[in-house]
Design a protein around this ligand. Structure first.
Ligand code: NAD
Ligand code: LMR
Length: 329
């Protein structure tokens, strides 16, 4: 029997869903041996549009696409799923910060956290909907009662990692694949700290390769922090193709064993590493064991500059948590 994986995608009729679903169904994420069943969740008024997306997926005739179910009931959507990609929520518009969405989107993740009790025992969850770290905290806390382990929850900072790698590659004039060990610390927000000091280009420290320290400590950080807003300003809509791509990169990284010496960025529950308050969903350098388990990479050197930036993003996450304290079990 071929292996199969069941994936729930929420907000499946939205922009990110449209970019994500064909790639999930094509086999490019789980590989050519794995059949994919899709379980798509939308709010009731968007189900008609979602039916159109399903027609298109059918019309792609993907050999590995085993089944597609659509529903507006989170309990059904998460039934038996191995992956939950929690995208569905409102995007910000021009002039807003991601944190401005907190009271509007936060409640979505209470119901979905509860419903995740219906998922398979090996479920892994990636929260994409903004503000991603705090929504992830809400889902994680509400899923606890249903027995879903907290280490199964991730908030997406892979898009920030990819953005940072692309900027460093451009500056150094190297192919992006040569940029590794790129950690985003903290919140998926304008306080995130993209850490060039610990990143590598072809195995060498980025500050040694690029040399332009004031650029690394100023423009580089600002460009990555503000990239989402820049895309919204240019497109009139928030990033979708790059966000879907990052979500799938995250899934691929979690399904593989991270190469020795490397790591990737993800918002996970803090165990107190690097002095970050336990229990916050904080983006760290992580290594995956390929079976849903992961570890925070220890021992990275943090300069005084880095520590100050990391502290600012931790404080912002504590503040976001206080705004939705009533949604945490
Ligand atoms: P979109 O508005 O195009 O689509 C969102 C979809 O979610 C809509 O179809 C809507 O009907 C659906 N939805 C709303 N509430 C829902 C619920 N309770 N259950 C199921 N579905 C629901 O938005 P988008 O561009 O696809 O973005 C989705 C989210 O992802 C936004 O919050 C956006 O800010 C966020 N985002 C995060 C990152 C990241 O890096 N973490 C990157 C890009 C976008
Ligand atoms: C992004 O980083 O592109 C997304 O979080 C969307 C946004 O609001 O910036």
């Amino acid at each position: 029997m071929p292996r199969s994986v069941k994936v729930a995608v929420t907000g499946a009729a939205g922009q990110i869903g449209y970019a994500l679903l064909p790639r999930l169904a094509s086999g490019s994420v789980f590989g050519p041996e794995v059949q994919v069943s899709l379980s798509l969740l939308e709010v009731t008024p968007a189900l008609a549009a979602l039916e159109g997306v399903v027609m298109e997926l059918d019309d792609c005739a993907f050999p590995l696409l085993k089944s597609i179910e659509i529903t507006d009931d989170p309990n059904k959507a998460f039934d038996g799923v191995n992956w939950g990609l929690l995208v569905g929520s409102k995007p910000r518009s021009k002039g807003m910060e991601r944190g401005d969405l907190i009271r509007e989107n936060g409640p979505i993740f209470v119901g979905q956290g509860n419903a995740l009790a219906n998922a398979a025992s090996d479920v892994q969850v990636l929260v994409v909907g903004n503000p991603a770290n705090t929504n992830c905290l809400i889902a994680m806390q509400n899923a606890k009662a249903g027995g879903v382990p907290s280490n199964r929850f991730h908030a997406m900072t892979r898009l920030d990692q990819n953005r940072a790698q692309a900027q460093l590659a451009k500056k150094a004039g190297v192919p992006v694949a040569q940029v590794t060990n790129m950690v985003i610390w903290g919140n998926h927000s304008a306080t995130q700290y993209p850490d060039a000091e610990n990143a590598k280009i072809n195995g060498r420290d980025v500050p040694d390769v690029i040399g332009h320290i004031s650029w690394l400590q100023d423009d580089f950080i600002k460009v990555v922090q503000q990239r989402g807003a820049e895309v919204i300003s240019a497109r009139g809509l928030s990033s979708a193709a790059s966000a879907a791509n990052a979500a799938l990169d995250h899934v691929v990284s979690m399904e593989s064993i991270t190469a020795e010496g490397d790591f990737f960025s993800s918002g996970v529950i803090s165990d107190g590493s690097y002095g970050i308050e336990e229990g916050l969903i904080f983006s760290f350098p992580i290594r995956s064991y390929g079976n849903g388990d992961w570890e925070i990479v220890q021992g990275l050197d943090l300069s005084a500059f880095a520590k100050e930036k990391i502290s600012a993003t931790e404080i912002e996450l504590q503040e976001e948590r206080s705004v939705i304290a009533d949604l945490l079990k």
